[in-house]
Design a protein around this ligand. Structure first.
Ligand code: PRP
Ligand code: MG
Ligand code: ZN
Length: 213
């Protein structure tokens, strides 16, 4: 069997559609029928794994997948040893702090001694430390925006894209912690054969990006 590269992509979520579009635009055909989590490309030496986005950096670090498409936010939060090999420019979002719309928030120090819900405890605690704010971080893995309305926390720190989730949950964005986009990550020690396939893929991605500018 000839050499193949394993590519991890998000199963369903903000990155999925854009990731699949990019792969298609690179001229790579594969059939990911409903529920199929592993599929081989028809015309490129690659196999696709559909995974939870939060798990992708870990799989790439372990070498279970050779490369992956993931949000920079997830990459930084998981703190896995992988190489960021190319920025993809899509699925742009920001990681922000938000409070109930009616609060009269003025500055970051207003969050001192407050409770903050997030799925990004590492990034949030670094940010708070940097700004010398002491707060109580509640880690939850999803539906973070519900936390203030059920009395769990005073504020949240989560991904904002269109802002509609904040809006529908009576919250307002008060601080942007950092801006994120989709990135291509790779295992640090790819075999020369797989590195060659990755180089070919990056070449195609660059052509797709150049055609759009
Ligand atoms: C984020 C975040 C919000 C939503 C915000 O979820 O948790 O639910 O996107 O987007 P909006 O501003 O356009 O409403 P994400 O897609 O990262 O999913 P996940 O947390 O389940 O991985
Ligand atoms: Mg997810
Ligand atoms: Zn997630």
């Amino acid at each position: 069997m000839s050499e193949m590269i394993r590519i991890a992509i998000q199963k369903s979520g903000r990155l999925s559609e854009d990731s699949l579009n990019l792969i298609r635009e690179c001229g790579i055909q594969f059939n990911n029928g409903t529920g199929k989590l592993k599929s081989e490309a028809a015309n490129f030496p690659a196999e696709f794994l559909s995974l939870r986005d939060d798990d992708i950096p870990g799989y790439v670090a372990d070498g279970v997948a050779d490369i992956g498409i993931v949000g920079e936010n997830v990459l930084i939060e998981t703190h896995q040893k992988v190489d960021l090999v190319h920025r993809l420019g899509f699925s742009k979002c920001r990681l922000s702090l938000a409070v109930p719309r009616g609060d009269d928030y003025r500055q970051l120090t207003d969050l001192h001694q407050k409770r903050i819900a997030t799925s990004y405890p590492r990034i949030l605690s670094n940010f708070l430390q940097e700004h010398k704010i002491e707060a109580d971080i509640h880690e939850i893995s999803g539906s973070v925006e519900i936390a203030p309305s059920i009395g769990l926390t005073d504020a949240i720190c989560d991904i904002v894209s269109s802002g509609s989730t904040l809006m529908s949950n009576g919250l307002k964005e008060v601080e942007v912690i950092f801006r994120s986009e989709a990135v291509l990550i790779a295992h640090p020690n790819l075999s020369p054969a797989r590195q060659q396939i990755l180089d070919k893929l990056i070449f195609r991605i660059k052509s797709v990006q150049a055609a759009k500018n």
